[in-house]
Design a binder for this molecule. Structure first.
Ligand SMILES: *[C@@H]1O[C@H](CO)[C@@H](O)[C@H](O)[C@H]1NC(C)=O
Ligand SMILES: *[C@@H]1O[C@H](CO)[C@@H](O)[C@H](O)[C@H]1NC(C)=O
Ligand SMILES: *[C@@H]1O[C@H](CO)[C@@H](O)[C@H](O)[C@H]1NC(C)=O
Ligand SMILES: *[C@@H]1O[C@H](CO)[C@@H](O)[C@H](O)[C@H]1NC(C)=O
Ligand SMILES: *[C@@H]1O[C@H](CO)[C@@H](O)[C@H](O)[C@H]1NC(C)=O
Ligand SMILES: *[C@@H]1O[C@H](CO)[C@@H](O)[C@H](O)[C@H]1NC(C)=O
Ligand SMILES: *[C@@H]1O[C@H](CO)[C@@H](O)[C@H](O)[C@H]1NC(C)=O
Ligand SMILES: *[C@@H]1O[C@H](CO)[C@@H](O)[C@H](O)[C@H]1NC(C)=O
Ligand SMILES: *[C@@H]1O[C@H](CO)[C@@H](O)[C@H](O)[C@H]1NC(C)=O
Length: 552
């Protein structure tokens, strides 16, 4: 599929890979204190610490450092057996505030056996880090470009615009990120993680759990530092070969349409909990077709709900958002039912009640989008000069998935015309023998990272195991299962791996409202702390806007 392999950056000789080990920095033991709310917004109490790492690992003469801010959720059961690092994907997701989110922190404690300290940090290039990636001098410029991008199949003329916008964006970043834009690659973040491990002064070995793009970070770290891997879970696995070497992450969308269809078949199987299926005898396929028809209609005739414009961008982005997990499907079905039956006042009321029409701070999504571009586009090693050489990739994306195939094209257009060359890129393979084996987890219906990719990477990680989780949505966090919980806690306890072919069944039937917290209670008893806030039901349905940043 790769029609043109362009400017590949600095190819590092293997001896370089041991650099950070050969030259250990002085590593005073970390001091932890309570984070304050202005530093990190979180739902659960967090502890904070900082370390200083080399700003540019390739510049041996420089003594410039970068401050890495760390956050920790301490082990619930003492004494702690050590620390586990987390990355929540993107690339571009911040780590610290995500770790402090309820109920995620509670879930991660349970899934790790409650006896490890959980640590995360905002990787280089993300908005919470001391090296954020912003390409624009004014918010106006940023918004012009972000809003100019759309979901590619919204009109016949959109694709060409996407490609040109990609060039504008890439050029803007090249200009403004001239100095530090080359210092945020995944390979550098891998080195930062080894610095954290050194500062922890435990056993000098890495314990890590990565989700989504965090699996690419994990696989890269394992490939660079195989002897340092004591435990690693890669969960919701991205195909890193595609990530580094393809014009688009084609394999990523393998199961997207199947998961989307499950939203409707699940609906008719649970009619009593699904508004779309009430008062009719429609099949799942019929319900799904109505939504596809709606999407075609709003291309030409966007709907108005109060102060909201529901056009193709808005509705498609909302539907794509549903692929992250089935927990919101009941609410989504209610909303879709209102839209399909023309009850636009009720739609507007729903938006207002959920605060989605009141977004006053759009900057976070803007930052995430730029961070994603800065990290992913730099890591990716393919460049495409001409639009017509990009078209085969578009065709492949469209034929891979109808629901999401046109969603990430703005990002890929940018990356194919990217100009910033990272100081270090991971260019090696993924034939890896880690010190201790890695545990891979893939869901049967993960519309963002298919089981196929977990199998792909697992097959070249010697001694690794693959846990298949039956479930809908992105990573094990979307598929509550006591069996999964027992498997991961056993792994963290003593490294024990599930037998080959192990499948965990889902304990949260579709449209049931059973959450991870219910499953955790069933295993541990009722020890979970009370929620501090409710999670909004209608995440993602916003005013007409650019596509939600895709977490690759
Ligand atoms: C919170 O942390 C910031 C950054 O370290 C510091 O400037 C500020 O004074 C702290 N606020 C409080 C209330 O401790
Ligand atoms: C870093 O190096 C410069 C010159 O090479 C020197 O002037 C400066 O004091 C050094 N800074 C630190 C913190 O070591
Ligand atoms: C980056 O900045 C340096 C120094 O200011 C300059 O020499 C170089 O041409 C710039 N590169 C680009 C691509 O703007
Ligand atoms: C659904 O089908 C059943 C059995 O064929 C029928 O009794 C019922 O009236 C139908 N309901 C609707 C809303 O069409
Ligand atoms: C959103 O704004 C509307 C109008 O100002 C207000 O009535 C509503 O309460 C707000 N909703 C939330 C969740 O803040
Ligand atoms: C793109 O849009 C066309 C025309 O509206 C439609 O027929 C086609 O199915 C769409 N393809 C995808 C992948 O969205
Ligand atoms: C893994 O995926 C890459 C990219 O799609 C492919 O080239 C490679 O053959 C796959 N490897 C295995 C073992 O399936
Ligand atoms: C799930 O929660 C929603 C909203 O609280 C509620 O309307 C619905 O009845 C619940 N469904 C089940 C199966 O409990
Ligand atoms: C579990 O604990 C919470 C908070 O302490 C309490 O509100 C809830 O009723 C308990 N549930 C059961 C089943 O005991």
């Amino acid at each position: 599929m790769i029609s043109f392999r362009g400017a590949v950056g600095l190819v590092l000789v293997p001896s370089f890979l041991s650099l950070s080990l050969a030259q250990p920095y002085k590593t005073p033991k970390l001091q932890w204190r309570s984070c304050n709310a202005t530093e990190v917004s979180s739902d659960v109490p967090l502890e904070c610490s900082v370390i200083h790492v080399p700003l540019d690992y390739t510049d041996l003469k420089s003594n410039e450092t970068l401050q890495l801010d760390l956050a920790r959720v301490p082990a619930a059961v003492k004494p702690s057996k050590g620390s586990i690092l987390f990355n929540f994907g993107g690339p571009g997701e911040v780590g610290r505030s995500e770790l402090g989110r309820y109920p995620l922190a509670e879930e991660l404690l349970a899934l790790t056996g409650r006896q490890y300290d959980l640590i995360s940090f905002d990787p280089r290039g993300t908005s919470g880090s001391k090296l954020p990636f912003n390409c624009f001098q004014t918010d106006y410029d940023a918004w012009t470009l972000l809003l100019g991008a759309g979901v590619a199949n919204r009109s016949e003329v959109e694709l060409g615009r996407e490609w040109s916008y990609g060039k504008l964006y890439a050029d803007a970043c090249y200009k403004t990120q001239n100095k530090t834009g080359s210092l945020i690659s995944t390979a550098f973040v891998a080195r930062d993680m080894m610095q954290i491990v050194d500062h922890l002064q435990e056993d000098g070995l890495l314990r890590y759990w990565g989700f989504s793009y965090g699996t690419t970070l994990g696989a890269t770290t394992a490939a660079m530092f195989p002897d340092k891997v004591e435990r690693m879970i890669l969960d919701g696995v991205q195909n890193p070969h595609d990530y580094y070497h393809s014009q688009g992450n084609f394999e990523e969308w393998t199961d997207s349409d199947a998961e989307f269809s499950a939203m409707f078949t699940g609906c008719v199987d649970n009619r009593e909990n699904c508004a779309l299926a009430q008062g009719n005898n429609k099949t799942g396929a019929q319900l799904e077709q109505e939504v596809w028809d709606l999407l075609e209609t709003v291309k030409y005739h966007p709907l108005v709900a109060g102060t909201n414009l529901l056009d193709y961008n808005a509705i498609k982005s909302y539907l794509v958002q549903q692929l992250y997990g089935s927990g919101g499907w009941s609410a989504a079905a209610t909303l879709l039912n209102l839209v399909l039956t023309g009850q636009m006042d009720a739609v507007a009321t729903l938006f207002d009640a959920n605060g989605q029409a009141n977004i006053t701070d759009p900057i976070p999504s803007l930052s995430t989008y730029q961070s994603l571009a800065g990290i992913y586009c730099g890591d990716n090693q393919v460049r495409t000069e001409k639009f017509e050489d990009f078209l085969p990739a578009v065709k492949k994306l469209y034929s891979t998935s109808k629901i999401i195939g046109d969603n990430a094209i703005s990002a890929y257009s940018m990356c194919q015309q990217w100009k910033i060359v990272p100081k270090e890129r991971y260019t090696g393979d993924f034939n890896v023998k880690t010190k201790s084996p890695v545990l891979f987890i893939g869901n049967t219906f993960d519309g963002l990272t298919p089981l196929k990719s977990a199998k792909n990477v697992s097959s070249t990680f010697e001694g690794s195991a693959l846990l298949t989780a039956e479930g809908y949505g992105h990573s094990s966090l979307a598929a509550p299962s006591a069996c999964t919980l027992r498997t991961t806690t056993a792994y963290w306890a003593d490294g024990s791996l599930p037998p080959e072919g192990k499948v965990c069944k889902l304990d949260s039937p579709l449209y049931s409202n059973v959450t991870w917290l219910d499953v955790i209670t069933s295993v541990y008893g009722n020890t979970t702390t009370r929620p501090k806030r409710d999670v909004p039901l209608h995440q993602g349905f916003r005013r007409s806007r650019a596509p939600l940043p895709i977490r690759l």
